[in-house]
Design a binder for this molecule. Structure first.
Ligand SMILES: [Zn+2]
Length: 65
């Protein structure tokens, strides 16, 4: 899968506020693009996630690009 799988904090909208949750780097967020740690964010900075999803259906994988 995309990302290194390390745990990281993410924020998701909840009511009027945001809730902090723990996700794994590479997990797909509610807005479609994966959560990435700082290192992976730099690594995948060039990737257009919307286009990747179109090309590969819903499935994400390390061979998607
Ligand atoms: Zn990572």
């Amino acid at each position: 899968m995309t990302g290194c799988g390390s745990k990281m904090a993410a924020y998701v909208p909840r009511g009027w506020d945001y809730k902090e949750i723990t996700v794994r780097c590479g997990n797909t967020s509610p807005h479609g693009s994966p959560w990435l740690c700082e290192a992976c964010e730099r690594k995948y900075a060039h990737v257009d996630w919307r286009r990747e999803a179109e090309l590969n259906g819903e499935a994400w994988g390390p061979e998607d690009y």
